[in-house]
Design a protein around this ligand. Sequence first.
Ligand SMILES: Nc1ncnc2c1ncn2[C@@H]1O[C@H](COP(=O)(O)OP(=O)(O)O)[C@@H](O)[C@H]1O
Ligand SMILES: [Mg+2]
Length: 286
Amino acid sequence: MPVELENVSYTYASGTPYETEALENMSLKIKDGEFVGVMGHTGCGKSTMIQLIAGLLVPSEGKVLLDGNDINAKGYDRSVLRRNVGIVFQYPEYQLFETTVEKDVAFGLKHSGLDRGEVSERVRWALEIMGFSFDSIRNQSPLSLSGGEKRRVAIAGVLAVRPKIVIFDEPIAGLDPLGREAFLKLISDLNEDGTTIITVSHNADSMAEYAKRIIVLDSGRLIMDGKTRDVFSDVKRMEELRLGVSQPRLIADMLSKRGFEMPRDIVSCGELVSAIKERLIGGGCP
Ligand SMILES: Nc1ncnc2c1ncn2[C@@H]1O[C@H](COP(=O)(O)OP(=O)(O)O)[C@@H](O)[C@H]1O
Ligand SMILES: [Mg+2]
């Protein structure tokens, strides 16, 4: 289910002294199964963009198309959007409000037409994917959980709907490195199973490792859009934009400067390790 922004602009508080143009004439198409990392400085429009994609904001100009249909057109069946596009906000743990974890995760399935048994199966599946034992967690109060657990429960609630597209706003902010790794592995697995992932992140290393495509926003405009490797290989531009360069890329460049010949397109940790191994075994070491 492809999603498309067609010349989208968005202005907050239009016509007031607080008017802010958050997005300007943005066009973008995201196809099935992509894993897109959205980068850019605070205030550049990332959250606005993803809320437009999820139908939570209506463009001031332009169109948002899901599967070719304008989601803001009169008569558009919004249930299609709700079933297919899930959004996980930054700090989703603050969104939990039901008395038990099971009820919380089942909330989004209320009008799904699934019977009780099916709902229960979905909730079990989503909680297990998020690393919980369904039977031990289902009756606990969300309030009794740790911060990390709350976040996982909140995400389970979005996944339970089985959306084809899942959007995350800074999902790894505030997680420790282990939690971050586990979380990215999880969304990567979802992506392997065919779910389209769109995620905002400031973490260049994580995006280099997991995203397949990177888009960069600056002052409400789309300024870079390409394969992760190509975007992160443009070290000069990424440095100019102060968006960070992936560490493996920096290390590969340092090694090259010291005569240890390295491919010019390394961006992820795995690639760096294999290149070094190859050089060591293949005798490329000076
Ligand atoms: N609810 C709002 N009301 C007014 N201005 C807003 C609102 N939300 C965001 N903005 C402004 O819109 C611009 C883009 O914000 P946002 O999409 O949140 O950026 P990002 O997620 O990249 O930090 C910023 O200038 C921000 O101050
Ligand atoms: Mg934001």
